[in-house]
Design a protein around this ligand. Structure first.
Ligand SMILES: [Zn+2]
Length: 197
């Protein structure tokens, strides 16, 4: 299934699994991933993928990126809980992996090479960093930028994301008001710290 079938208060995805224009603008601004790359991406349920990802900590139960597809676990959403904000924050991290996958192209061979490359990254990092291997891997540090910047922006400004995500123009206007704040947050991004793990 497409993750868009989830009932979320915030409009994040279109019916076809692509990001809405407003969500794409927001995610590009917080992650620094090129907008076009985010617009091409499609978010799907993890069940549709046959690959096993041995490095992925089960406790995080989140998502992974393959080519232009972001696979999200459909059981990360708890019943009776509005998953919007958690979902948006998770996606703000995952889009950070699109440039990693993009280096290898979207052909089956490219995707296979990406998996091997990423596995190598995590394997080396586990050797160096033990149980924090996943989190300390360089590609994780890079991908975490979007989630960190977005959470800071929410903490500081308390925007009504539900409202902002309704229209592309509204989001664009708000993001341009936030330009200097975004610049400041990007400069302050500390990498993925281990506190609060
Ligand atoms: Zn990641």
């Amino acid at each position: 299934m497409h993750m868009s079938q989830l009932r979320t208060a915030m409009r994040i995805l279109e019916e076809n699994g692509h990001f809405t224009s407003a969500a794409a603008l927001l995610l590009a601004a917080v992650s620094k991933v090129p907008l076009a790359m985010i617009e091409r991406a499609v978010v799907l349920s993890k069940r549709r993928n046959w690959l096993h990802f041995p490095w992925y900590p089960k406790s995080r139960g989140g998502a992974f990126v393959l080519g232009e597809k972001v696979y999200v676990s459909d059981h990360f959403v708890q019943p009776n809980e509005d998953p919007s904000l958690r979902f948006l924050l998770l996606l703000a991290h995952e889009v950070g992996h699109l440039p990693h996958a993009d280096q290898w192209g979207i052909s089956p061979w490219g995707r296979a090479k990406f998996v091997l490359w990423a596995t190598g990254h995590y394997a080396r990092s586990s050797l160096l960093n033990g149980r924090h291997g996943h989190r300390k891997a360089r590609i994780e540090q890079e991908a975490e930028r979007g989630r960190w910047v977005l959470s800071e922006l929410i903490r500081i400004n308390r925007p009504s994301l539900e409202e902002l995500l309704r229209t592309k123009d509204g989001m664009a206007a708000w993001l341009s008001q936030q330009r200097s704040m975004l610049k400041e947050l990007h400069a302050k991004y500390p990498g993925w710290t281990l506190t609060g793990a």
